[in-house]
Design a protein around this ligand. Structure first.
Ligand SMILES: C[S@@+](CC[C@H](N)C(=O)[O-])C[C@H]1O[C@@H](n2cnc3c(N)ncnc32)[C@H](O)[C@@H]1O
Ligand SMILES: Nc1nc2[nH]cc(C(=O)O)c2c(=O)[nH]1
Ligand code: SF4
Ligand SMILES: [Mg+2]
Length: 210
């Protein structure tokens, strides 16, 4: 199958338990919770997205004809060295495109695979690190994984229900917006109130990384 990728880049994972890890990011085009067009944002299920995932015109992006071509490009971004190869599949919503062939091709090139998903589609069982970020007003079907990363505040979130899901780590991430400072304070208060959760920050934005 053909994969549509907005952009691809080598950086440090900025968020979550793996923050600080060298990783190739693959940003798939398209999402099922927003078209990506500003005109549609107010009416979307997910209205706070900080990312351009429309089209395939970003740096390192494009249409990849098959899994081998995409995995070769990921390996090219990583460069020499077989140790600790790490790829993060994000978007957009990566589970609209990730399939057996891609998981096998990345594993075949020695990559540990992480995913950033909204959880509305089941995550591929071959993924090595599953990060789910639930969106208020959506139906999350992927209720197990390595980290649940809740962007905060999101009115309408049933926090007690989330706490019953089968995740190894529960993370609270302040929403980046015009109200970023208030949102940081709200996320700190959340973590102070609920010891099961830990604060995570978008460190790449603070460090000037992609
Ligand atoms: C752009 S999304 C792509 C992956 C997937 N669609 C998802 O939502 O998890 C990557 C991560 O950024 C988070 N995110 C998006 N907009 C944000 C914002 N304004 N502030 C903080 N985190 C945000 C998402 O919740 C998700 O954890
Ligand atoms: N450095 C860096 N870390 C990230 N963690 C999650 C990201 C994403 O947009 O999915 C992201 C990103 O875009 N850049
Ligand atoms: S689900 Fe993820 S990619 Fe889609 S609009 Fe929301 S934050 Fe952006
Ligand atoms: Mg991002």
């Amino acid at each position: 199958m053909t994969y549509s990728v907005k952009e691809m880049f080598l950086t440090l994972q900025g968020e979550g338990v793996n923050a600080g890890a060298r990783a190739v990011f693959v940003r798939f085009a398209g999402c099922n919770l927003w078209t990506g067009r500003e005109a549609d944002r107010a009416g979307a299920v997910c209205r706070f997205c900080d990312t351009d995932f429309v089209g395939t015109d970003g740096l390192g992006g494009g249409k990849f004809a098959d899994a081998a071509a995409l995995a070769d490009a990921v390996a090219g971004h990583w460069g020499e060295g077989a140790e600790a190869r790490f790829a993060v599949l994000t978007g957009g919503e990566p589970m609209l495109q990730v399939d057996d062939a891609l998981v096998d091709a990345l594993h075949g090139r020695g990559f540990r695979i992480a995913i950033e998903s909204n959880g509305t589609l089941p995550v591929h069982p071959g993924i090595d690190w599953v990060c789910i970020s639930p969106k208020a007003g959506s139906e999350v079907v992927q209720r197990a994984g390595d980290e649940l990363k809740l962007v905060w505040p999101q009115p309408g979130t049933d926090v007690e229900m989330l706490e019953g899901w089968d995740f190894a780590n529960f993370l609270i991430q302040p929403m980046d917006s015009a109200a970023a400072q208030e949102n940081i304070e709200a996320a700190i208060a959340f973590a102070m109130d609920r010891p099961k959760w830990r604060l995570t920050l978008q460190t790449h934005k603070m460090l000037g990384l992609r």
